[in-house]
Design a protein around this ligand. Structure first.
Ligand code: DWN
Length: 417
């Protein structure tokens, strides 16, 4: 089906729809008990493909003020992420010879976990974070943070206070922004001519190959391949000079960008990744339609596992209440009849209820008080960390359901750990 909305990267008007996950509530809109009966807004969740620049994107854009002004996600909840960001800061510092005169700015800096890593090397830092509650946590952690979206006003403020940036970073931000062209104009203003821009995006190829369709929700407007990013940065007179694959969020790309004619030589990784994307046909509607078909078969298989377990009157708990669990639970119609509770270690989520499905989110103590027969690992990107944490329950016979890429049941620590 061809739609008449415009592609956010190339303005093509002939976008083709290939997947609908129905109407869904906002993925991080966890509810207080007193709000459960009030009714939640739901918005269409469907993907369209642009055959000109190859961007996969949502057909419906929700007002960012609704999604990002008060946010319950903090980067520091998992060891995996703390380590990822600390190592990222260390690698960038060493590879690009940053020193105490350098300025690192993080767009969507959340609780300041990444910038803390730069502070270890005495590098000057500045965060930009729209969520007021999360920006406050960063400030309390000693990371100076502008509580705003990354716009001209924030950029002027940073240049005024600290000068231009040597390194500008945006991890898991690019997917979230509708007017991405204006962000790049501001990036170019803030970045020194010799500076680098580093982004991390969930990688479309991994989404397809690992079936991580639960990463599709309203916060994620765009699903990037390197092919699309190359098109986009060239349009803005910028150049991708390196890209590496990182494991976060089921597979992401870290992409290094510079202003045109800057000093960094183009690394061979760039062409290798682009060639692979061409080989699998990322520019072709066929691969996206194939992905959509598999999404429905994952849903069927997961539902049938859960139905069989519930027939035997067994208790299922969830582990992790990530934003993506909202897509999985709502799309598969798995609610409080099926899942008694979901454990999450983030204090901002404990005591709340999942969007749409209204399952209570509780602390890990609940596992002791009301030990389930099965744990559905909703934060599957941390399967290893979660299996380690819950080892004592595996020893008591609790089994684990890993929903993706294809639902399977395991009995504890995996051999590939
Ligand atoms: O882009 C986005 C990414 C960066 O982060 C967002 N739009 C929102 C968020 O996505 P998510 O919520 O899917 O992220 P995570 O990091 O996969 O969430 C993991 C969840 O699991 C968190 O709620 C924390 C929880 N968790 C836990 O309670 N104990 C995780 C681990 C590893 C644990 O030990």
């Amino acid at each position: 089906m061809l739609l008449t909305m415009k592609c956010r990267i190339c303005s093509n008007k002939n976008l083709e729809k290939f997947l609908s996950l129905g109407e869904s509530p906002l993925a991080n809109n966890f509810l207080k008990k007193e709000d459960l009966e009030k009714g939640e807004p739901k918005f269409p969740l469907e993907l369209v493909f642009c055959s000109t620049c190859n961007l996969v994107q949502l057909s419906y854009v929700v007002d960012p003020e609704l999604m990002f002004k008060n946010y319950v996600y903090v980067s520091s909840t998992s060891n995996t992420f703390r380590h990822h960001f600390t190592k990222m800061a260390e690698d960038i510092t060493k590879d690009f010879h940053l020193d105490e005169k350098s300025l690192a700015v993080d767009i969507g800096s959340n609780d300041g976990t990444l910038l803390k890593g730069f502070q270890k090397f005495n590098i000057k830092v500045m965060g930009v974070e729209p969520a007021t509650n999360v920006a406050r946590i960063a400030e309390e952690n000693g990371v100076e943070t502008i509580n705003n979206f990354f716009n001209k006003e924030s950029v002027d403020k940073i240049i005024d206070k600290k000068g231009k940036a040597d390194v500008l970073i945006a991890c898991n931000v690019f997917a979230h922004i509708d007017n991405i062209d204006s962000v790049i104009e501001n990036v170019k203003l803030l970045l020194k001519d010799s500076g680098i821009f580093v982004i991390e995006v969930q990688y479309l190829v991994n989404t397809i190959e690992y079936m991580t369709f639960d990463n599709i929700y309203h916060e994620h407007l765009s699903y990037y391949s390197l092919t699309t990013l190359k098109y986009f940065f060239e349009k803005h007179d910028m150049e991708i000079f390196n890209s590496i694959k990182v494991k976060t969020h089921g597979g992401s790309l870290r992409v290094f960008i510079q202003k045109k004619n800057n000093e960094h030589k183009i690394n061979e990784n760039v062409n290798k990744i682009l060639d692979y994307e061409k080989k699998i046909g990322i520019n072709n509607m066929g691969i996206h339609k194939g992905f959509a078909e598999k999404v429905y078969s994952v849903k069927e298989k997961l539902n049938s596992y859960i139905k069989n377990i519930k027939k035997e009157k067994r208790i299922i708990a969830g582990y992790g209440a990530p934003a993506k669990s909202s897509t999985l639970l709502n799309f598969c119609s798995i609610g409080k009849k099926e899942i008694d509770y979901i454990v999450d270690d983030n204090p901002l989520k404990i005591g709340l209820y999942t969007p749409g499905t209204h399952i209570p989110v509780v602390s890990s103590e609940e596992l002791e008080k009301n030990t389930p027969d099965y744990i559905l690992i909703l934060a599957w990107n941390f399967t290893h960390e979660i299996l380690e944490k819950t080892k004592k329950y595996a020893d008591k016979g609790v089994k684990f359901i890993i929903p993706l890429p294809e639902p399977r049941i395991v009995e504890g620590i995996l051999n590939d750990q």
